[in-house]
Design a protein around this ligand. Structure first.
Ligand SMILES: NC(=O)c1ccc[n+]([C@@H]2O[C@H](COP(=O)([O-])OP(=O)(O)OC[C@H]3O[C@@H](n4cnc5c(N)ncnc54)[C@H](OP(=O)(O)O)[C@@H]3O)[C@@H](O)[C@H]2O)c1
Length: 303
């Protein structure tokens, strides 16, 4: 059975959410949030590239809103994509476009959980600068994953039913293996570069607000500002694991142990912050958001 769902009479009776990639990490968080908000929510694991199955699923569930959290990200990490390019295209190019197109034909709003890892700092966008705007052309293709994601994003902006949310280095309130904090806390050595990050606790409710309001177009979906790896780990040490120690190495040293390049950049999240004001929501800056995230982690007994 590809789909399972829960429903409630307390949410908006006119909305039906269908989460694609239903077994994934971000999908699980979204489902929980929508259930807490008493919305009608279903999940599916139907493959995005299978057009007949996608259409059948849309006809069966009849969602008003698809939340597309499906995607091929590579295991154990994005380097996997370098050796499995056809599979990456099948999911992240053919699949993502197919699902968006099927939603368009069925008049369903489609929110895509995309990536901001399509930029790299340059002379016009240095660390500490204004950050990349939504309309800036992608300039990072150092990994096959990022190269395909930026091409697909460009095509998806054509669709009038499509909301594109660019996440970066997402972080949950636990130490889930997919969370950025978990990853860097386990590395032997880490680089130390400021980046935009997405604290899921703060931003997933914003995704539901934007989708529900029928917003379309691209949003840099990160907490305002940028934070370095060392700043993140220092806050982790302060709140969660007092005896935590880590070692740094340079980007040049890092590149020797990676197959693909990694994006480092700051996204300008003014558009998101401004739009959220319409809903009475203030998006917390990334340092405050991390501080509060680690305090929640500690309160929940994470060590
Ligand atoms: N986590 C990050 O660091 C990060 C950062 C920025 C953006 N994102 C984006 O956010 C989205 C969700 O990420 P996540 O961390 O939740 O990933 P995840 O835990 O790997 O979940 C992705 C899910 O999508 C499914 N999937 C893959 N290809 C599919 C296809 N062709 N059709 C249907 N389902 C498919 C996977 O199922 P199978 O395992 O069965 O293939 C998996 O359950 C992804 O698109 C990712 O690119 C993630």
């Amino acid at each position: 059975m590809a789909t399972n769902g829960t429903s409630s009479t307390n949410g908006d009776p006119n909305k039906v959410f269908l989460i694609w990639g239903g077994e994934g990490w971000v999908a699980g968080h979204l489902k929980e949030l929508l259930q807490q908000q008493n919305e009608k929510v279903f999940t599916t694991t139907v493959r995005m590239e299978n057009r007949e199955a996608v259409i059948a699923e849309l006809d069966r569930v009849k969602p008003t809103h698809v939340l597309n959290c499906a995607g091929c990200t590579g295991r154990p990490n994005v380097d996997w994509c370098e050796d499995n390019k056809e599979q990456v295209i099948r999911s992240n190019v053919i699949g993502t476009l197919n699902l968006t197109d099927c939603c368009f034909l069925k008049n369903v709003h489609c929110t895509v959980f995309a990536t901001g890892c399509i930029y790299a700092y340059d002379s016009k966008h240095p660390p500490g600068g204004e950050g990349y705007l939504e309309a800036d052309p992608a300039n990072f293709g150092g990994s096959y994953y990022s190269a395909t994601k930026s091409k697909v994003e460009e095509l998806m902006t054509t669709y009038s039913n499509c909301l594109i949310l660019r996440l970066r280095m997402p972080v949950s309130d636990d130490l889930h293996p997919r969370s950025f904090v978990t990853k860097i806390s386990k590395y032997d050595r880490v680089v130390n570069i400021p980046n935009s990050n997405t604290i899921l606790h703060d931003l997933l409710p914003c995704a539901i607000l934007l989708a529900s309001a029928g917003d379309t177009g691209v949003y840099n979906f990160t907490n305002p500002g940028a934070i370095s790896h060392n700043e993140v780990l220092a806050l982790f040490k302060k709140h969660v694991r007092p005896d935590f120690e880590w070692k740094n190495f340079s980007e040049a040293e890092q590149s020797k142990i990676l197959k693909a390049g990694r994006s480092n950049c700051e996204l300008n999240s003014d558009k998101l912050a401004k739009r959220m004001q319409d809903f009475g929501v203030q998006v917390k800056d990334v340092h405050t958001a991390y501080d509060e995230c680690f305090q929640r982690m500690k309160a929940n007994g994470v060590k």
